[in-house]
Design a protein around this ligand. Structure first.
Ligand code: GLN
Length: 341
């Protein structure tokens, strides 16, 4: 046996032996057979998703990664993009101006509700479509291409790799997005968005159509958990002053009209998308990325919710948890069992 063979044998034994890795394998086994939920089918590209796809990835604040299942499978980020674009809008304009265009109040209504604040005419928050379109409008750039480029560069800082728009999905979103168009024009009527409204709608449809995988989602969450700095590349993705803004809105509004119950049960800032992804974080500890296309009635990934609930409960990750956790994260992470990038 050569030295190289020996060290790869050692690391594969360590990989199997890592208690946290084993925990995630068991979690994956536990929910792989759950057949609840239905795959989004409002555009043909999403309906093609395999309901069995299921990936779980965790990235720690120190940049260790653990993955199980379909973590390389690419899918569209959809609404998960909204949280990160909100961060870019804050960097572009500062808190006061952004707040004058988009509120931070949960709606209790579906993500595509056509509803604005009756007094201020602002959309309720950046995680519902109205607020996300108003947020996309705030992204600076001299041209449509420039604005998209700035968004893609921002996502790259979080994921640590180049990301791109899935053009067929974008074109489908654009050609069927009448409701989003109605919302945007209503906001134009109230002066909540500028008159480059068609360009902004394209930008919104493009941001929803960016391709990511579960590893990217875990990395993005870990970057927020790490104060806005990607724990692997060391690059800052978001100005430290705005990290708490983004995380707060994820906590109160990130899971559509399930947000209240989510905070109660899971207690982690998170964002879901109809592509089947969920990104969730335990600030100062880790980021979670899950991918499983079947969605529950509110549009959240069914298996993703179960996985995050179990992780939160078992490791005491709930933000307001003051009881002793069943498993101590630090004990479970010891051993050099992380996957390599
Ligand atoms: N593209 C979808 C829309 O705007 C995104 C929805 C989502 O993930 N909730 O309707």
């Amino acid at each position: 046996m050569t030295k190289g063979d020996f060290s790869s044998l050692v690391s594969s034994i360590q990989a199997v032996a890592s208690p946290f890795r084993q925990y995630l394998n068991d979690l994956h086994d536990k929910y792989q057979g759950a057949m609840d939920g239905t795959v989004a089918d409002y555009i043909p590209e999403l309906a093609l998703a395999d309901p069995n796809w299921f990936g779980i990835c965790v990235v720690t604040q120190a940049g260790q990664m653990f993955e199980v299942g379909d973590c390389d499978q690419l899918f569209t980020i959809q609404s998960i993009s909204k949280a990160f674009v909100y961060g870019l809008a804050l960097e572009d304009h500062g808190r006061d101006y952004v707040n004058s265009k988009v509120s931070v109040e949960p709606t209790g209504e579906a993500f595509n509700a056509i509803v604005l604040d009756e007094v201020t005419n602002r959309p309720y928050n950046p995680m519902v479509n109205a607020g996300a379109i108003a947020t996309a409008d705030l992204i600076k750039g001299d041209s449509a291409t420039e604005r998209l480029k700035r968004m893609l560069a921002m996502f790259k800082r979080y994921t640590g790799r180049d990301v791109d728009v899935n053009v067929p999905v974008f074109l489908s979103e654009k050609s069927t997005g009448f409701r989003n168009r109605a919302i945007a024009y209503l906001m134009l009527n109230f002066g909540m968005v500028t008159d480059r409204v068609d360009e902004t709608l394209d930008l919104y449809f493009q941001q929803c159509s960016i391709m990511v995988n579960a590893k990217d989602l875990a990395m993005m969450a870990a970057t927020l958990a790490n104060g806005g700095v990607n724990p692997v590349t060391g690059e800052r993705a978001l100005d430290e002053h705005y990290v708490q803004d983004v995380i707060s809105v994820m906590l109160t509004c990130g899971m559509y009209d399930y947000s209240g119950e989510w905070v109660y049960r899971v207690g982690l800032p998170a964002k879901s998308g109809v592509g089947g992804g969920i990104t969730a974080l335990a600030p100062g500890k880790l980021g979670i990325g899950t991918f499983s296309p079947p969605l529950d009635a509110k549009g959240n990934s069914y298996r993703g919710i179960q996985v995050c609930s179990d992780l939160s409960r078992d490791f005491g990750l709930h933000l307001f948890n003051v009881a002793e956790a069943e498993y101590k994260l630090d004990d479970w992470l010891t051993g050099n069992g992380a996957d390599s990038w």
